[in-house]
Design a protein around this ligand. Structure first.
Ligand code: NDP
Ligand code: MG
Length: 382
């Protein structure tokens, strides 16, 4: 059971919900990090009193330092600041809730410091999952997923005796705000349209990923890495209600699922209390009120990102890191109104065509694949 955390990405959607669970369970906070949002960070530091507060951007760190002159807290910045927060002596658990591949190196540092990793930052496992999982095994560090689908699977696998018992994992997917639209109908969709997710309230990047279904593609790869299974054993089913958070089918045909209201606080809480469960004040699922539960196949033609992600998963090497880096750049260009919705998958595909895949990569190969993919997207955008 977690006693004290270091929270990377404290001002975000997962970060804020994590701090609600922290209060509820009475946990300590050793370190908090953010990128640029100084005002929000100041409030969090005053409330949770960490020993270390990190603003990734140096100017933001300077501004935070000035605002917190009356508080006994050390303020740090940059990648070194994130690494320090990931290794804090006072924390037994590190919550990785930053967005993007910037989470990779701090996650590795936390693993080497033998922390429990409450992992929300899926991009880390997409880019470097094999390396990260191998390092976790070597160091004896536990990675407990926070992503709702992977937490559901983790919960269903308690008591499983080995991966040979698993026939397949089925990740459920809400379908996002554009469910049912054709490829052509999606061309003209804007950032404002994409940011209206039907069931979950999340950060901008993952909300766009949910609209393109790239989020589900990233999650297929995340599941492969967490549970050491090939892509053929990870399926996706559209489930509009977001009540069944994912399923495991075992070799005898038994299927286990985890159900609940769509609320990230449950997987966050479980990541802290595992292998036990704690009482929760949140609204519980009323089975008699939730209506019919439906499942159907995703439309791979209208949403090419899911197909691309499966292809990269099958290719291995740095393909997933290239895809992820290109997707991050393309999503921010889409959020800025510089490209259209269907340009996201086109830019990702172009980066995959332009950047050579390396097999059995080391960390530096992965970081370079990420940078090269971003350069490829930027050069296409001029
Ligand atoms: P948000 O955009 O809401 O928050 C991101 C956090 O990371 C903020 O604290 C932000 O700081 C910080 N951050 C952003 N960029 C950088 C950077 N370059 N360096 C350091 N810190 C940075 O994201 P979410 O909370 O939605 O998502 C976080 C992660 O969790 C993602 O990987 C996402 O895929 C995953 N996830 C999210 C879910 C959700 O429900 N939101 C569900 C499942 C997984 P600042 O506020 O200062 O910009
Ligand atoms: Mg998810």
């Amino acid at each position: 059971m977690t006693k004290a955390i270091s929270l990377l990405g404290a001002t975000g959607s997962i970060g804020r919900q994590t701090l609600q669970v922290v209060q509820e369970l009475g946990l300590q906070v050793a370190a908090l990090t953010a990128h640029t949002r100084v005002e929000e960070m100041e409030q969090l530091v005053r409330r949770f009193r960490p020993a270390l507060a990190v603003m990734f951007q140096p100017e933001a760190a300077e501004a935070l330092r000035r605002r917190l002159e009356d508080v006994d807290v050390e303020v740090a910045s940059g990648p070194e600041g994130l690494l320090r927060a990931a290794c804090m002596d006072g924390a037994d658990t590190v919550v990785t809730a930053v967005v993007g591949s910037v989470g990779l190196e701090p996650t590795l540092a936390a693993i080497r410091a033998k922390k429990r990793i409450a992992l929300a930052n899926k991009e880390t496992l997409v880019c470097a999952g094999e390396l990260v999982m191998a390092e976790a095994r070597r160091c004896g560090a536990r990675i407990v997923p926070v992503d709702s689908e992977h937490s559901a699977i983790f919960q269903c696998l308690q008591g499983c005796h080995g991966k040979e018992e698993i026939r397949r994992l089925i990740l459920t997917c809400s379908g996002g705000p554009f469910f049912g639209l054709s490829y052509q109908e999606l061309e003209g969709k804007t950032a404002a349209d994409a940011l209206k997710h039907p069931n979950w309230s999340m950060g901008a990047k993952i909300t766009v990923d949910s609209a393109t279904l790239m989020n589900k593609g990233l999650e297929v790869i995340e599941a492969m890495r967490l549970y050491d299974l090939p892509v053929e054993q990870v399926d996706v089913a559209i489930h509009r209600q977001s009540i069944v958070h994912s399923l495991v089918e075992f070799r005898d045909g038994a299927m286990l699922a985890q159900l609940g209201t769509p609320d990230m606080k449950l997987p966050i809480r479980y990541a802290f209390t595992w292998p036990q469960r704690a009482a929760s004040p949140d609204r519980k699922l009323d089975l008699l009120q939730c209506g019919p539960l439906t499942f159907q196949a995703p439309d791979m033609e209208a949403f090419p990102c899911l197909r691309i992600a499966r292809e990269c998963a099958a290719a291995g090497g740095t393909a997933c890191a290239i895809m992820n880096g290109a997707n991050e750049e393309a999503v921010y260009a889409f959020l800025d109104g510089r490209i259209g919705f269907q340009d996201i998958h086109r830019l990702v595909q172009r980066a995959l065509d332009a950047v050579e895949v390396k097999y059995t990569p080391c960390l530096e190969d992965i970081l370079e694949a990420d940078r090269a993919a971003r350069r490829a997207v930027r050069s296409h955008l001029g």
